[in-house]
Ligand binder design. Structure first.
Ligand SMILES: [Fe+2]
Length: 387
């Protein structure tokens, strides 16, 4: 066990079905006017935006609404959102949605606090994120990203074809509302992709070289919950017990990657998304098996537990083999209809070189905390396997 470690996740977690209605009460200490950020107008149509804005109004907090964020939010969308917030004199930012909306809200809060474009803070840019960042509130509608519980914001630049993650102690949400009722609206494909992201976060934070005893507990629980409930949530989206379990797993995984961070699978996944604008969870699903095989011999004690956690077993009889863990993940992928190679996700063979270069260029920290040390040839081998 690592006997010397830091653990810092300063997020007020508000968890439970129906609790998004309380957002006004929880937001009140942090500002007088809110920008509500969503990806598109779906949540306007299904009433979630109205629920949030009504709750804010009841506490005397007016709000502005910014729906012009896409999945894999662009740096330009973040700068535009900040302009709108500044004009409307908003002093806090609420992300309502999955990772894209919450990450965009974090980005907008950074721009508002520092008055410079978001890309200045990304991929080795000249600016540093400070305490000037405006308050962020996250209301999660998917169970996967974990963004509500992390400092990370992932921002895409189509000009440079990069998709780095940024963040530090100043970019945690003040309040994270995780309301499983909001997750009932997710279609099966999105449930599978975001749910697999939960598992990827837990596996990577659990096996990273900066894992901690605290996050190990979270990761173990998250992996067990995914093994037990994700298939149920996928088959029947209205199963509130399964939605609640996966919502909880997502939150635990989020807190874990705030500290233990993510490793080689996400490092490659971000670079794939930067070059080819793919769906995050689906891309991870394609990469995860070869990535596990690459890393598992470098941390066998941890990797051999993963299959046992997924199966829901509680005692290690010493018979667990590393390949069993890979097989358990593979079975889950099959049951979630997530066995989609990169070649069927809009990635061409010619892109692999640029993806490997991008991984080394701006996801180097994540590579450095994987138990196995990857060179460019290793990255290309994993990508070819996933292709
Ligand atoms: Fe992720």
């Amino acid at each position: 066990m690592n006997e010397s470690f830091d653990y810092y996740v300063p997020v007020k977690l508000v968890f439970g079905a129906g609790r998004v209605k309380e957002i006004g009460t929880y937001a009140k200490p942090y500002g007088t006017k809110a920008l509500v950020v969503t990806t598109g107008t779906l949540f306007e149509d299904n009433g979630y935006v109205k629920t949030v804005r009504d709750s804010l109004s009841q506490e005397g907090i007016p709000s502005e609404y910014y729906p012009d964020v896409t999945p894999n939010p662009l740096h330009t969308q973040i700068d535009t959102g900040a302009q709108i917030a500044r004009k409307a004199k908003c002093d806090m930012v609420i992300g309502l949605g999955g990772g894209s909306a919450i990450d965009a809200a974090k980005g907008i809060a950074i721009v508002l606090g520092h008055n410079r474009p978001i890309w200045d803070f990304c991929a080795g840019g000249p600016a540093e994120i400070t305490e000037k960042t405006y308050p962020i509130i996250a209301a999660a509608t998917t169970a996967g990203t974990g963004s509500e519980g992390t400092q990370w914001s992932v921002i895409t630049n189509p000009d440079t074809k990069e998709k780095p993650g940024i963040g530090n102690d100043h970019t945690f949400a003040k309040v994270a509302i995780v309301d499983p009722e909001l997750m009932v609206s997710m279609p099966p494909d999105l449930t599978a992709c975001t749910g697999f992201d939960v598992l990827a976060h837990a596996i990577e934070a659990y096996t990273s070289t900066i894992s901690t005893p605290v996050t190990d507990l979270y990761c173990e629980k998250a992996i067990r919950l995914v093994g037990r409930y994700l298939r149920r949530a996928y088959r029947d989206g209205t199963d509130l017990e399964a939605r609640t379990a996966i919502g909880y797993a997502s939150t635990l995984s989020g807190f874990s990657i705030a500290v233990g961070v993510v490793t080689i699978c996400h490092a490659l996944g971000h670079a794939v998304g930067g070059v080819c604008n793919t769906t995050h969870g689906k891309t991870l699903a394609a990469i995860t098996l070869p990535a596990m095989r690459f890393s598992m011999n470098s941390n066998p004690d941890k990797y051999q537990n993963i299959g046992m956690f997924l199966r829901g077993e509680y005692s290690n009889d010493g018979q667990d083999r590393l390949e069993d863990s890979v097989n358990e993940v593979q079975k889950l992928l099959r049951d979630l209809d997530l066995q989609v190679p990169l070649s069927k996700q809009g990635v061409s063979e010619n892109d692999l070189e640029a993806i490997a270069d991008g991984t080394l260029r701006y996801m180097d920290f994540n590579l450095s905390i994987d138990p196995a040390k990857a060179e460019k040839e290793d990255l290309l081998a994993i990508l070819r396997d996933a292709f």
